[in-house]
Design a protein around this ligand. Structure first.
Ligand SMILES: C[S@@+](CC[C@H](N)C(=O)[O-])C[C@H]1O[C@@H](n2cnc3c(N)ncnc32)[C@H](O)[C@@H]1O
Length: 166
């Protein structure tokens, strides 16, 4: 499979999946994240990974086509999810997959005050947006939970995995 990790950061998920992929492009808007990732790719000697500075809510679409696009904990940082979903749909090959792991809707305490992104996502609303972008067979499961320590106890933030098909 030709794959794209979008909002890759330093490629935590990409490195886990890379052995099972033909080629993996890793895209992010942060030059700092991509610089760290370039060093990690060089250090591991992985030959099927390439970084890209890319904002699919502002830049023109690259010419590549992907069998699989995946993204972890990045969508809630991106304001225009509808445009992002349309761009990803255009980049995915027929019968390709989009897999997104991100926060379920929360009360804003995950990032705290001052955060301007999404306070997680309502699954039904995100499904509607994903279908509106053209995807089909959109389904959700709970992938994992992030536990944060806060006084006086702990708060559990569930993370969904959304799988959609073109
Ligand atoms: C919370 S980090 C997650 C990084 C990585 N996926 C992980 O799980 O470790 C969110 C990432 O989204 C990136 N990001 C923010 N806005 C973006 C955009 N419009 N397009 C692509 N990446 C973006 C940030 O630079 C950051 O690396």
């Amino acid at each position: 499979m030709q794959a794209l990790e979008y909002g890759c950061g330093t490629g935590l998920l990409g490195f886990a999946l890379q052995p099972d992929l033909g080629h993996l492009d890793l895209a992010d808007t942060s030059p700092g994240m991509l610089a760290v990732l370039d060093q990690k790719i060089e250090a591991t000697g992985a030959r099927n990974m390439r970084t890209m500075k890319l904002d699919l809510t502002a830049d023109s679409l690259p010419p590549e086509s992907y069998d699989l696009v995946f993204s972890m904990m990045a969508f809630h940082h991106i304001a225009d999810i509808d445009r992002l979903l349309r761009s990803l749909y255009a980049l995915i090959a027929t019968r390709g997959y989009l897999c997104v792991a991100d926060l379920d809707a929360e009360d804003g305490s995950f990032h705290g005050s001052g955060f301007t992104g999404h306070n997680g996502f309502d699954r039904d609303d995100l499904k509607r947006r994903t279908v509106a972008a053209g995807f089909r067979n959109v389904r959700f499961s709970t992938a994992f939970r992030i536990t944060k320590d806060d006084s006086p106890g702990q708060t559990d933030f569930p993370v969904f995995l959304m799988v959609a098909e073109k």
